[in-house]
Design a protein around this ligand. Structure first.
Ligand code: FAQ
Length: 312
């Protein structure tokens, strides 16, 4: 108990908690859950866009998309490493993903049907991810906060490349405009769900706020995203697919209609349009990659042996 009070004081003083510091077991478990789910989201999130590398409409677009997807893989790796500092192995984390114990973001269970979806993913999905991740740069666990600083720099480039695709399509032919609007219609609501349930229905929020893992709540971050994104949509002529959107001059915020929480729960519990496809793909390539992991391990073992021989 005395230790918990001491720990809470450190958090309240705004100190970063580091890997070797004492921490309550619940804090450690909370972080393992959140950071590993974040890592899984980055890696599973490579799939919807990966599908479009071979069909990008120009060499420039292909280069940008390749670099972006590679960045997401890198983000997954930083985040797995940050999770491992809490005393859990990568193998165990992947087992939790494959067994369904660990979740990943709802958004990656929707299909990317055409090129406009690549624009919508960059603009809306990365846009939502950044709002959350900018706030996480000040999260209380040092290794997580530091991973976020680099990730945010890359995500802001991702968001802009997505907006560029949407803006280009909105200045194109009638068919291109319709494609962009259709992508907006399909990605808008799932992007809003990325911030998680309303604060009143978010079981992890009170601990997360107390321990400063979350610096802003699910609803506060969602509102920031809404206020930023609606004017961006209007600027290029896209309509937000919600008849209840209105500007509230008293609060200086947009108001929106209600999110379909049944859909959210269905998707995060394994019954979205692409859950099975995403997981089967991950399992298949994880299995096929065994030889790469074994080769890397054998090489590092040999290298260590050689280095200790030289030192002796
Ligand atoms: N999807 O009590 P809360 C990206 C679950 S990165 C699925 O509010 P918490 C980059 C939650 O886990 C996107 N499940 O939970 C990219 C919990 O279930 P559990 C990922 C969700 O943790 C772009 C239950 O509902 N970003 O996109 C979701 O306090 C393009 C109750 O919820 C992060 O992970 C959801 N959206 O708050 C990559 C950011 N929301 O664990 C490729 C870090 C909630 O008990 C291409 N994470 N659940 O089984 C967070 O900030 C938090 O974990 C929240 C959820 C805000 C996501």
């Amino acid at each position: 108990m005395a230790d918990e009070i001491k720990f809470q004081k450190r958090v309240d003083n705004g100190e970063y908690i580091e890997a070797k510091d004492e921490m309550p077991e619940e804090y450690r478990r909370h972080l393992i859950r959140q950071i590993s789910q974040h890592a899984h989201s980055e890696v599973i999130g490579m799939q919807p866009e990966g599908n479009w590398i071979t069909r990008a409409p120009s060499l420039r677009a292909k280069q940008i998309l390749l670099a972006k997807i590679q960045d997401e893989g890198g983000h997954g790796l930083y985040l797995y490493s940050a999770t491992e500092t809490l005393g859990i192995s990568r193998d165990e984390l992947i087992k939790q993903l494959h067994s369904g114990k660990a979740k990943y973001s709802n958004i990656f269970n929707y299909p990317a049907l055409n090129w406009a979806d690549i624009g919508a993913i960059g603009w809306l999905v990365d846009g939502a991810a950044i709002v959350n991740q900018v706030s996480l740069q000040r999260t209380s666990y040092g290794p997580y906060a530091r991973a976020m600083v680099r990730i945010c720099k890359e995500e802001s480039f991702h968001q802009r490349q997505g907006y560029e695709i949407m803006a280009k399509m909105m200045s194109g032919t009638k068919e291109q405009k319709e494609m962009a609007q259709d992508a907006m219609n399909r990605w808008w609501w799932p992007a809003l769900m990325m911030f998680g349930p309303h604060d009143t229905n978010s079981p992890h929020s009170s601990n997360a706020v107390k321990w400063k893992i979350k610096r802003e709540t699910n609803d506060e971050l969602r509102q920031k995203f809404i206020d930023k994104t609606i004017p961006q949509a209007e600027l290029i002529g896209l309509k937000v697919p919600d008849n209840n959107v209105k500007w509230n001059a008293k609060t200086n915020h947009y108001e929106i209609g209600e999110i379909n929480w049944d859909e959210f729960h269905k998707v995060i519990n394994g019954h979205g349009p692409c859950n099975k496809q995403r997981m089967n793909h991950h399992k298949k390539y994880h299995e096929e990659g065994i030889w790469v992991r074994e080769a890397a391990e054998a090489y590092s073992k040999k290298k260590l042996e050689r280095e200790s021989l030289i030192q002796a």
